[in-house]
Design a protein. Structure first.
Length: 735
């Protein structure tokens, strides 16, 4: 095992912390602050090279270590197997195969035989994906159900995968993960279902869901390659917003690997983009499993906050980055000057104006003391439970923030994975819902301001009935049934079954009992309590959701949900999932029907109408947790038009300029029925960010009677009568 030079690294980080402290002083330029953060990131990258066992995704660096270890200790089967697994997790799959074949021939005990053949099946499956989905790319590749274009042209690797799965069926029967992989292999080979055989067949994998006639299911086509936004790395996140102010939506995306450069695509019209990363001044800004975007200084341009260090326990003591949008197509890292510099593992962030002073404040959720720490850390490393309290950062109005670890009823020292603000009781103040991995979720109700003008909170999750699931990840707050109250969706990620994802999905499809937790849809009852409607709403399913977001994809006025699924294990090749909201009564899954059941791991999800045709599209960051589990991001273009629509772009004056937290009600008549559709201005879910424009589907309505806007911090309503439909309206706050 590598022994880190503790003294050397401690000197580096001590120096960086001293540098950060110095750069908070007046007179320090933005460029000095930016360059200091680049230096911090460079030092962490150097640490990953020096001690790669701390970083699950640093596979090439880990291979360099194992190369020398295997050379010095030849003929040790356990070490050879570990080496083969690292080759598999990197981009060197071909090198893993002869080693695994030798192990399969040499090892005689059943456990080792099983591991070797399973690893061979995985290596061949992954090689088949790389060969067919990249070298023979089509827009439908890897999307379940496979159409004729997606069937593998080069069948050599997929047939080898089938061979090793058949060996596993013979000698180690009854493993549903092997069944799942075997069915996927036959689908890719073009021999499903007849070639599978009745003992191992999972029915219905190549057919679309049966839907009631009244469900208008959208259909999508991946245009990421032709649009120029198909970044090809591992897991990360995305934000879609008009960062440049040219009227077209742009895309900012990250990748988890700490040496992975962030990317910025500028929209140039008609749904096309150009890469602007380096001209935007982003060279050297790396890593980040999640990002959020908000205008923190009321410049009229959205800024970017990058979250780093997730899942790595004490080895994830990495800084987040606040990138100020300079309004000229460039960004500057002002983390240190802003008072946001801290070295903690983070993934969750949410923005809201907590004191109604017109500036957005920030909640950052850190991953503190938990049995699930060190999930992406090598088993040989010592992982010590450590406290990383979450915090609220109050915006001082001058691009600086004041940090509060404890604030008038707010205190949170848990393993936080998701966070959203929303007004659950319609009292005009934003409330905070937080998902906790391996513990009760938390709901902090905002009770107004104290004498110093600081927010007061009350933690009410138990009384509100929203503590479940115990293993949740992304969370969302939106009005599911259009009754004027914000509901909560907490998506399950039962890490206890993280090695059994394919098994659980198979059991569900076969109608068998599953053991992992289900997601929870909590319907707001209007009195600070909620009703669990998960089963009635059709969400009592095996999910393993990571990225997620919501929006009205079929323009019926109700908000739908797309969930990115998966797990680090390379056997968890399960489809991402789409749920269409029918009249606020329940969701219908239209994954297969809508062409979005991608088998690659789904992470940051963003909804946006990128081509301006009145239909929401989906941008999804794909790829897994290791360097070899890469895949290009997809831009699912919505290709089936339903209903009319209206889009609102709000600008606050006394409220924050981006209008985050504003409440919108759109009133219209549809076929003689009065309808009221409610929206809250936000960036959507907690893993991936939508743009802050309000997209409202009108169904078959041909006019809108009025739009009612409740601006944050203002009791007076702003009403717009008879606006035109099927266009974007820019609305400025009246005072």
């Amino acid at each position: 095992m590598i022994r880190t030079n503790i003294l050397f690294l401690s000197l580096i980080f001590s120096g960086l912390m001293l540098l950060a402290a110095c750069l908070k002083s007046p007179g320090v330029s933005d460029r000095e602050s930016h360059n200091a953060m680049i230096a911090v990131m460079d030092s962490i990258l150097a640490d990953a090279k020096n001690d790669p066992l701390k970083y699950f995704y640093a596979n090439e660096f880990r291979l360099a270590y194992l190369d020398s270890l295997v050379e010095a200790n030849p003929g040790i089967p356990q070490l050879e197997y570990r080496y083969a697994m690292e080759l598999q997790n990197s981009r060197q799959l071909e090198r893993s195969i002869p080693i695994l074949h030798q192990l399969a021939d040499f090892m005689r005990d059943s456990v080792s035989q099983r591991l070797a053949h399973e690893a061979l099946a995985v290596s061949y499956l992954r090689l088949a994906e790389v060969n067919n989905c990249f070298e023979n790319y089509t827009p439908s590749n890897c999307i379940l159900p496979f159409d004729a274009e997606a069937i593998h042209k080069n069948k050599e690797y997929i047939q080898s995968a089938k061979h090793h799965l058949e060996i596993l069926h013979t000698y180690f029967p009854g493993d549903f993960t092997h069944h799942w992989m075997y069915n996927i292999a036959h689908i890719a080979n073009g021999t499903y279902p007849d070639g599978v055989g009745p003992r191992h067949l999972i029915p219905g994998m190549q057919s679309a869901e049966e839907l009631p006639d009244y469900i208008n299911a959208p259909f999508f086509r991946d245009v990421g390659m032709t649009a120029g936004v198909a970044d090809n790395r591992i897991s990360g996140s995305s934000c879609v917003e008009d960062f440049t102010g040219n009227g077209h939506l742009d895309i900012f995306a990250t990748s988890y690997g700490f040496g992975d450069q962030v990317v910025f695509y500028e929209g140039i019209g008609d749904g096309n983009f150009e890469l602007r990363t380096y001209s935007a001044g982003l060279e050297g800004v790396m890593g980040g499993l999640n990002i959020e975007c908000a205008d923190i200084n009321n410049s009229g341009f959205a800024d970017v906050l990058i979250l780093r260090g997730a899942w790595l326990a004490q080895f994830g003591e990495h800084p987040n980055s606040l990138l100020r949008n300079n309004g000229d197509g460039t960004f500057t890292d002002i983390t240190i000057k802003a008072g946001l510099f801290e070295m903690m593992p983070s993934q969750a962030v949410a923005f809201a104006d907590l004191n109604h002073n017109g500036y957005l404040d920030i909640f950052i959720g850190n991953e503190s003391q938990s049995a699930w720490q060190g999930f992406f850390v090598d088993a040989d490393m010592d992982v010590e439970p450590k406290s990383y309290p979450s915090a609220i950062f109050i915006n001082n109005g001058d691009e600086t923030f004041t940090r509060y670890e404890r604030l008038n009823g707010f205190e949170l020292d848990d393993f936080v994975k998701g966070a959203v603000w929303g007004d659950i009781n319609n009292n005009g103040w934003p409330d905070l819902y937080v998902s906790v991995m391996g513990g009760n979720n938390r709901l902090f109700a905002h009770r107004g301001l104290d004498d110093a003008g600081l927010p007061v909170f009350e933690e009410i999750s138990r009384l509100a009935g929203v503590q479940q699931p115990l293993f949740s990840f992304p969370v969302m707050m939106f009005d599911f049934n259009n009754n004027g109250y914000e509901d909560i969706l907490a998506v399950s990620y039962d890490i206890r079954g993280i090695r059994q994802v394919a098994t659980e999905i198979t059991r569900e499809r076969l109608g068998m009992q599953t053991v992992t937790e289900h997601s929870r849809l909590f319907i707001n009852l209007g009195n600070e309590t909620f009703r669990d409607a998960s089963t009635a709403a059709g969400l009592n399913t095996v999910m393993f959701g990571m990225g997620a977001n919501f929006g009205d994809l079929n323009n019926n006025g109700f908000q739908d949900v797309y969930i990115g699924t998966g797990a680090p294990d390379l056997t968890s090749i399960i489809p991402n999932r789409l749920f269409i909201n029918h009249n606020g009564d329940r969701f219908y899954e239209t994954t297969a029907y809508s062409g979005v059941g991608h088998l690659q791991k789904g992470h940051g999800i963003s909804f946006a109408d990128v081509n301006g045709n009145g239909l929401l599209d989906i941008y999804a960051v794909l790829g897994g947790a290791v360097e070899g589990d890469f895949y290009h991001n997809v831009l699912f273009e919505n290709q089936r038009s339903y209903g009319n629509w209206i889009v609102l772009k709000l600008e606050g004056t006394s409220a924050n300029r981006q209008a985050i937290g504003a409440r919108v009600e759109v009133q219209f008549d549809e076929n003689g029925t009065q309808r009221n559709v409610f929206r809250t201005i936000s960036t959507g879910g907690s893993f991936g960010a939508n743009n802050s424009r309000v997209h409202v589907g009108l169904g078959s309505a041909e006019s809108v009677e009025k739009i009612i806007i409740r601006w944050p911090g203002e009791e007076r309503l702003q009403i717009i009568e008879n606006p035109d439909i099927n266009q974007v309206h820019e609305i400025r706050q009246n005072r």
